[in-house]
Design a protein around this ligand. Structure first.
Ligand SMILES: Nc1ncnc2c1ncn2[C@@H]1O[C@H](COP(=O)(O)OP(=O)(O)OP(=O)(O)O)[C@@H](O)[C@H]1O
Ligand SMILES: [Mg+2]
Length: 461
């Protein structure tokens, strides 16, 4: 095995259509960071192979004889927690997508899909942080030996991270994020870092009337995992005690923020504060997606207008949002009025998730706060809008609560695992899988094509 293959993304293809397997394997053979470690022509075989090979990503067809892809996906999620399943199907039927996501699938590709869609999908699925549910499932399958410092303790010790996101734009994400940070700081006596994750038009420095001497690009430049103390000093400090990592000073500078560096920084910052509140803005790009994966809670902000409700609904339909554990996403309505607009209850009914808080509309108070650079919690603490924004602090758990939650999930996963039909599992595991543990061969003339265009690929493996 070469170094290359050690660091590559290991993929298993499960599809009863031989041509699909060959085509997908051929497409993937062009990518040096992806390695097809095997293929199976049915769900049952796929489960056995996933258990034996522990691939990073399983590409799974839905309609297959014997055992369909959804059932196989459920078993793989349970038996091989490190493997992430990507469904491939000609049906983009909502019911299928729902079932697949409920079975633990991380992505859904509709056939026929293109090269970029396939390859980017695999990379994305591979890169995202494990969800709490995955960590819990992994822990349930681990040997019972007590580690010196358990994952529960680690969860309890790192900052609880919250992302505030509003796909519509202008709905009040920055207002919510800034006031939530202030509320956590004052009510929990906590060490809070507010991160302006709206890298293009971030304006939290203006909303807090701060002139940061360092911004996110400086912090990334100085980020040394061996010397994190330095980072604390680089954050701007608000009179309330809340710290701010400000967005770049000009929109064009946002292009210099490398997503991987930003995410690494966020992970390290989690070890240094009690709470991280990230204003994720309104653009749902790859980075925002990874930020929502990384955090413990996602507050989705909408206003009582159809377009805002529709954006949130579309977002919630996305596969990666569906894979979040229950309770991770919190819907907040801002600019609510009894006199106009869609009611929180109607939104809840339409979207299928409750709106947990409706922050009243108050133009005078909100505008005055924004223009003075003083969040409403400070500029108008007795206003209804301030009272509601302060109460939002209650939807954020602390580290101990999160850890207790995780422990409970691990316990449940363990119980489910034990309760699983043992006979079926035994039958699956008994069969020999070694014959399948090879990448499918490319046809001879395809090899010639590869050799002509990608000489470096020839002879690999
Ligand atoms: N509850 C409220 N009632 C009335 N106006 C509000 C309320 N909350 C926020 N606003 C106002 O709405 C505008 C947008 O708020 P804010 O900047 O927080 O939104 P945003 O989602 O961060 O916007 P952007 O997409 O531009 O980043 C501001 O003028 C703010 O003062
Ligand atoms: Mg904003």
């Amino acid at each position: 095995m070469t170094d290359d293959s050690q660091s590559s993304i290991r993929v298993l293809i499960v599809d009863d259509n031989r041509l699909t397997v060959e085509n997908v394997a051929r497409m993937l053979s062009f990518e040096s960071d992806i390695e097809v470690v095997g293929s199976a022509n049915g769900g049952r075989k796929g489960v056995r192979m996933a258990e034996a090979l522990r691939p990073d990503v399983v590409l799974m067809d839905i309609n297959m004889p014997e055992m369909d892809g959804i059932e196989a996906c459920g078993l793989i999620t349970e038996l091989s927690p490190p493997s992430r399943v990507m469904m491939m199907s000609v049906q983009a039927d909502l019911q299928y997508i729902k079932q697949a996501m409920a079975a633990g699938a991380r992505e859904f590709l509709v056939k026929p899909f293109g090269f970029d869609e396939l390859v980017n999908g695999i990379r994305q699925v591979h890169e995202v942080e494990p969800s709490l549910a995955e960590v819990a499932a992994r822990m349930a399958t681990m040997a019972p030996a007590a580690p010196e410092r358990s994952e529960f303790e680690e969860v309890a010790e790192r900052a609880v991270a919250v992302a505030v996101f509003g796909p519509k734009g202008g709905v009040g994400c920055s207002t919510v994020a800034a006031n939530l940070a202030l509320a956590l700081q004052s009510r929990r006596k906590a060490d809070v870092l507010l991160v302006d994750g709206d890298l293009v038009f971030g304006d939290l420095d203006a909303l807090l009337d701060l002139r940061p001497s360092h911004r996110v690009l400086d912090v990334i430049e100085m980020h040394d995992p061996q010397d994190l103390g330095m980072l604390r000093q680089m954050m701007a400090e608000h009179s309330s005690g809340v710290r701010l990592m400000a967005a770049p000073s000009r929109p064009e500078l946002s292009e210099l923020v490398r997503p991987d560096a930003f995410l690494r920084l966020l992970r390290d910052l989690r070890g240094m504060y009690d709470f991280l509140v990230i204003d994720a803005g309104c653009r749902f790009d790859g980075l925002t997606q990874q930020v929502t994966e990384l955090v413990d809670r996602v507050i989705l902000v909408l206003t009582p207008e159809l377009t805002a409700v529709n954006s949130v609904y579309s977002l919630l339909m996305m596969s990666h949002m569906r894979s979040f554990p229950p309770g991770k996403i919190i819907l907040v309505m801002n600019k609510y009025s009894r006199a106009w607009g869609i009611s929180p209850a109607a939104v809840g009914d339409t979207i299928g998730r409750p709106v947990v808080m409706a922050v009243p509309a108050d133009n005078a108070v909100a505008l005055d706060a924004a223009n003075r650079g003083e969040p409403v919690l400070l500029s108008a603490p007795r206003s209804e809008i301030a009272k509601h924004l302060a109460a939002l602090e209650r939807v954020v758990p602390d580290g101990d609560q999160l850890a207790a939650n995780l422990e409970e999930m691990a316990q449940r996963a363990q119980e489910e695992l034990e309760a699983h039909k043992e006979a079926e599992l035994a039958a699956l595991l008994a069969e020999d899988v070694t014959a399948d543990v090879t990448a499918p061969e490319a046809a001879p003339d395809e090899r010639r094509g590869c050799a002509r265009w990608f000489p470096g690929l020839v002879g690999r493996g």
